[in-house]
Design a protein around this ligand. Structure first.
Ligand SMILES: NC(=O)C1=CN([C@@H]2O[C@H](COP(=O)(O)OP(=O)(O)OC[C@H]3O[C@@H](n4cnc5c(N)ncnc54)[C@H](OP(=O)(O)O)[C@@H]3O)[C@@H](O)[C@H]2O)C=CC1
Ligand SMILES: O=C(O)CCC(=O)C(=O)O
Ligand SMILES: [Mg+2]
Length: 743
């Protein structure tokens, strides 16, 4: 690969993809002045679908497997990738995307729920590769370094967002299982030699078969496995439904059905089945006929009821309505539309949903659209307790104050599909009573669990090199920012004990003199961190993959109001850079608002921060001095952007995402015109800075003028490129000014 400086900008989904239509032309124009090419690769859900079915498409409809291409690129020192959030699709989302593509004339196949024959099994396997968290684990060839940059933290302190008040008598709480969960059954083993492992199921009658193809493991790799009892989960859910009703609190379930695409939809399905049990058990034949699958949520039932005779449909709908009177109220996702917590598995995603609840006084929305105390059901004990620790703290000391609280940067272990991210292909719903064993090539049983039909068994892998790199990253961050670091590891977990041993070993490879480094179990780490946070002190959290996900939404949402303002860097292990934008998702609510009133409130600050880091990385790796000038100027522009509060407002009539892009272009151009490191660039940008400044009122007016009407972009998952370009670039004055840079 050549050393020509190049940044890859990913095309994703929903709000970030819309924002890209407006921001990318600006980035391309600015980068071009330094001879830097900005190339795009399509890793959207729609793009991933199209790339998997070339034989179903017309030649001009085909697209390559950009994700696989980027996965390879991420392993090279040349990689410089800006990664925007993308949809990790649940089955209902995947089906909706397929339907939309078919309607647009792409002859992609239906998703076969129950595949028959080789051909359908192949189609399902291809779709299953696309669903869930299919993108991030492929690109993340490095560990994660997420933090609020100084300027962002200063902004949040100066303009603290609203935090809901906490009542010491709040009845909100977290409910978790006491046994029969993954936490209670975890076993782990650290490989001494490289090898090949079999995962074998043996039934009570003695017949054995492999659950998947053998997998290879490296020396020093930590493997672990655990099982969740379906019966224990069902009993737990029943008890929580009853308890929520007695206490008069909302019932809500918090899982990560997208990232944990095999285990969590099943757990979600068990909760749906128990909550609606009286209705489902009364109508088993009808529900089987219409193909209702509880794992897809009660929304799937409502959709399928439409296929029944009017009288049958009404009868079941009436039964559901009657059931609600005997059940606790459900937390709502959208009370106006009657969408509940149990509607779709991807609507309530624990990393974002729990912080939102904590930000809102520990409450969630009820059917009347009011906030109410809530039982947050997080079945597995591995991390449920950290949220209860936050709730306890808020009940005792009140809400956190963004104006005075400290900060919690995160150094997360995630490279090479570390920990649970890598478990999709090693998670199984067990078909009958028996035993699952992990056996090495010598026949030694490394891990084994008795299992019952319906249980969920899963195994994870964590390679040694990422663990070593993670420890290095944590020490570097502690040194660079002179901040204490806590490794959140639980000595009661077999897997974490393996990690604790490795952390101790790898810490010896570094000069840690004067650094404050400790290892605490998650609940203690949380209490310790919260105490410091209230005192205005910063604490680095060095965590495994799942806590990385949870904490990088939790703390930013408490500190900054949103995780969109995070700097999120993945130093790739082979020297490249992956720059993620923010820590949150793709905000489907933002797209709805955009389509209804041509107003996009997505905040691209995460993209701006990532771009500055990406230009800087490019300067360091290719020696392109102008890239550094662009990076420094963008840093200055970002600071000014925050100072002047140019993030989109939430409502119509203020500047939206497109307006915020105009301001970043203006401030960036001004900083470039003013800098003295490169006179040529200064001369190039001076006229643009002047044009943009002189035309500020005109440009803002052109952008505001379009707001308030529905806008047609020709699709949700696969919008029409031309319609999008028109919708997202409404200011002719800004477009003309940018075009002058190319000359
Ligand atoms: N890295 C990735 O690729 C990630 C992808 N996802 C995917 O995103 C989708 C939605 O996930 P969900 O858990 O609902 O999380 P989101 O982060 O999309 O949404 C939660 C809320 O966060 C706020 N928010 C997030 N980003 C921004 C932003 N840039 N500007 C303004 N507000 C923002 C909004 O809150 P408010 O309404 O309070 O302003 C939003 O409603 C799923 O498909 C999920 O798989 C999720 C996480 C990471
Ligand atoms: O990969 C995913 O599905 C979600 C990623 C995520 O939430 C995160 O990295 O914070
Ligand atoms: Mg997350």
């Amino acid at each position: 690969m050549s050393n020509a400086p190049k940044i890859i900008y990913t095309l994703t989904d929903e709000a970030p993809f819309l924002a890209t239509q407006s921001l990318l032309p600006i980035v391309e124009a600015f980068a071009g002045t330094a001879g830097i090419a900005v190339e795009t690769r399509d890793i959207s859900l729609a793009g991933r679908i199209l790339s998997q079915f070339p034989e179903h498409l017309q030649p001009e409809q085909k697209i390559g497997d950009h994700l696989a291409e980027l996965g390879e690129l991420a392993k090279t020192p040349e990689a410089n990738i800006i990664k925007l959030p993308n949809i990790s699709a649940s089955i209902p989302q995947l089906k909706a995307a397929i339907k939309e593509l078919q309607a647009q004339g792409f002859a992609v196949p239906e998703y076969p729920d129950e595949p028959e024959g080789e051909r359908q099994r192949d189609i399902k396997a291809r779709y299953d590769r696309i669903k869930g968290s299919a993108v991030n684990p492929v690109l993340r060839e490095g560990n994660s370094d997420r933090r609020a940059p100084k300027a962002v933290k200063a902004y949040a302190r100066k303009h603290p967002h609203r935090m809901g008040k906490w009542d010491p008598a709040s009845k909100s709480h977290v409910a978790h299982m006491e046994d029969g969960d993954f936490f209670g059954s975890e076993q782990s083993y650290t490989m001494i030699n490289p090898g090949t492992l079999r995962i074998e199921y043996t039934s009570v009658t003695g017949s054995s078969f492999p659950l998947r193809a053998p997998l290879s493991v490296q020396a020093g790799e930590v493997i672990d496995a655990a099982v969740l009892s379906a019966t224990a989960l069902a009993e737990f859910i029943d008890a929580q439904i009853e308890d929520a009703r007695e206490q008069g609190v909302l019932f809500s379930l918090h899982l990560k059905a997208t990232m944990m695409k095999v285990s969590d939809p099943i757990m979600f399905g068990i909760a749906v089945s128990r909550f609606y049990a009286p209705v489902l058990e009364r109508n088993p034949r009808t529900l089987a006929e219409i193909g209702f699958d509880p794992n897809n949520g009660i929304g799937d039932l409502y959709a399928r009821l439409a296929g029944l005779k009017e009288s049958e449909r009404v009868a079941i709908e009436n039964e559901i309505a009657a059931l609600y009177a005997t059940r606790p109220a459900l937390a709502m996702v959208n009370s106006d539309k009657g969408i509940t917590n149990l509607h779709v598995p991807s609507d309530v995603i624990v990393d974002a949903s729990m912080p939102a609840m904590i930000r809102d006084s520990g409450k969630m929305w009820n059917a009347k659209g009011e906030l109410q105390d809530t039982k947050a059901v997080i079945p597995d004990r591995n991390y449920a307790g950290i949220y209860q620790a936050v709730i306890d703290d808020c009940k005792e000391h009140g809400a956190f104050d963004p104006a005075t609280m400290g900060s919690v940067p995160n150094v997360g272990l995630m490279a090479q599909a570390a920990e649970e991210y890598g478990s999709h292909d090693k998670t199984f719903r067990i078909s009958g009573d028996g035993t699952v064993r992990v056996i090495d090539e010598h026949g030694t049983v490394l891990l084994q669990h008795p299992v019952k039909a319906g249980d969920i068994w899963r195994m994870c892998q964590t390679k040694d090199a990422p663990i070593r790199d993670w420890v290095k990253l944590a020490v570097n961050r502690a040194r660079l920012s002179n901040t204490p670091v806590v490794f959140w590891l639980d000595p009661r977990r077999d897997h974490d004990r393996g990690l604790i041993a490795k952390v101790a070993t790898y810490l010896n490879e570094h000069d840690t003199s004067g650094l404050d480094i400790s290892i605490l179990s998650p609940i203690r780490a949380m209490r310790h961190t919260l105490k410091r946070l209230r005192a205005g002190l910063d604490t680095i959290a060095a965590t495994g993959n799942v806590l990385r996900d949870y904490l990088t939404d939790l703390f930013p949402i408490m500190e900054l109001g949103t995780s969109a303002k995070m700097l999120s860097i993945v130093p790739l292990m082979n020297g490249g850079g992956l720059f993620e934008t923010g820590a949150g998702g793709s905000a489907p609510k933002h797209v709805q608002q955009f389509m209804e009133e041509d107003y996009l409130r997505w905040d691209s600050l995460g993209e701006f921060l990532a771009l500055a880091a990406s230009f800087e990385h490019l300067a360091n790796t290719t020696g392109n001095a102008r890239a550094q000038v662009l990076a420094d100027a963008l840093d200055a522009a970002n600071a000014k952007f925050l100072d002047n509060d140019r993030s989109p407002g939430r409502k119509l009539g203020t500047i939206d995402n497109r307006g915020s892009h105009f301001y970043i272009a203006l401030y960036w151009a001004q900083a470039l015109a003013e800098q003295t490191a490169d006179a040529g660039l200064a001369a190039k940008f001076a006229p643009l800075a002047k044009t943009l400044a002189d035309n500020e009122a005109v440009i803002v007016q052109e952008q505001l003028a379009v707001q308030g009407r529905p806008v047609d972009i020709g699709g949700y998952y696969h919008p029409d490129a031309a319609k999008l370009a028109t919708a997202m670039r409404p200011s002719a004055t800004l477009n003309a000014a940018l075009a002058t840079l190319a000359g």
